[in-house]
Design a protein around this ligand. Structure first.
Ligand code: GLU
Length: 327
């Protein structure tokens, strides 16, 4: 009797311990971070939207997505390639340049481990100027004090491309600043710069802030024969306009012509297929919910989210696209 009791007790202890073990040692959670941009841009809420959708399923995937505010596209590509971040949001032109080893990657060479997942919203090249500066066309930038974007940002490549295409040397012909996008609006409102460039989706907080202050400001069309030539030269540039309805305080009354790229989602070949598969599946399977998280996503379709990708598609994402017949 005693023996039976002891045996029973031992079995109960083993059971409690083994269940305890199951409860206190859940499967290892994988943490991944998405590099975005300034907090008042659209990349930062895009990272947040991905996290929100994917983290709902954290018990299924044992995956936890976090978001980091960064200096932008170029920083994100380099951080993903260095293994400091697992994912990044980057402009389509920057993805193309990194994959091909041009522009900011001229010295480092092609970024062969770069992998594409999908694309998101269009981003237009925005030039905002104070009404009191006399900057009404792109060519008026000569001699002005202009933020061309911080090193590490996507916009710095677009502003310098456009200036060079129009024969304006940003080092000699104007006073250029390398401020982060987050700081631009305040600098413009405080009269510390005449204008700034930002490549961004709409609507966004930085442009709202820049257009809603005491100093009257307007969008400058980024147009002209030199811009037409630039857009015709590169596959990643396309003509676009800034929808003025989002910025009622700007002094323009009509949509403003410019050119644009797309925001894209990238990772490294080193990131496991299952992780990329899970994130891709959750974004695409819940696209209608995802689109409600920011008005800039209004134009997204499952088909156009596979456009503007230059690096090879990550095998984890490809597995999902094949499964649902998108590829
Ligand atoms: N396009 C910008 C960049 O690549 C970021 C825009 C945003 O944060 O929404 O740096």
């Amino acid at each position: 009797m005693k023996k039976v009791f002891l045996f029973g007790l031992a079995a109960a202890v083993i059971l409690v311990f083994s269940f305890g073990a199951v409860e206190t040692c859940p499967a290892k959670v994988t943490y991944v971070t998405i590099g975005t941009g300034g907090v008042t841009g659209v990349y930062y809420p895009t990272g947040g939207a991905i996290g929100k959708i994917v983290n709902k399923k954290r018990k299924i995937y044992n995956l936890r997505v976090t978001v980091e505010s960064t200096g932008g596209s170029v920083f994100n590509v380099n951080a993903v390639m260095a293994g400091d971040l697992e994912f990044g949001i980057v402009q389509s032109d920057r993805q193309y340049q990194a994959w091909n080893g041009t522009k900011d990657w001229k010295d480092k060479g092609p970024q062969k481990k770069l992998r594409a997942i999908c694309s998101f919203h269009p981003e237009s090249i925005v030039l905002v100027a104070g009404d009191d500066t006399g900057i009404n066309s792109f060519m008026d930038l000569r001699g002005k004090h202009v933020n061309i974007g911080n090193p590490g940002s996507g916009q710095r490549g677009n502003s310098t491309d456009a200036l060079a295409a129009c024969g304006i040397d940003w080092k000699k012909d104007m006073r250029a600043e390398g401020l982060k996008a987050d700081e631009s609006a305040k600098f413009l409102q405080d009269g510390r710069i005449d204008a700034f460039f930002y490549t961004v989706g709409h609507p966004n907080g930085s442009i709202k802030e820049a257009t809603s202050g005491r100093r009257k400001v307007h969008f400058v069309p980024v147009t002209g024969p030199c811009i037409d030539k630039l857009v015709a030269k590169w596959p990643y540039y396309a003509k676009a306009y800034i929808p003025i309805k989002f910025y009622p305080m700007a002094t323009n009354k009509e949509n403003v012509d410019t050119f644009a790229v797309k925001a894209t989602f990238v990772t490294s070949a080193d990131i496991p297929d299952d992780v990329v598969y899970a994130i891709t599946k959750e974004i695409f399977d819940n696209l209608e919910d995802f689109k409600k998280l920011h008005p800039a996503y209004g134009v997204l379709t499952k088909q156009n989210m596979l456009e503007a990708l230059s690096a090879p598609i990550h095998p984890g994402a490809m597995r999902y696209y094949k499964e649902v017949g998108l590829k």
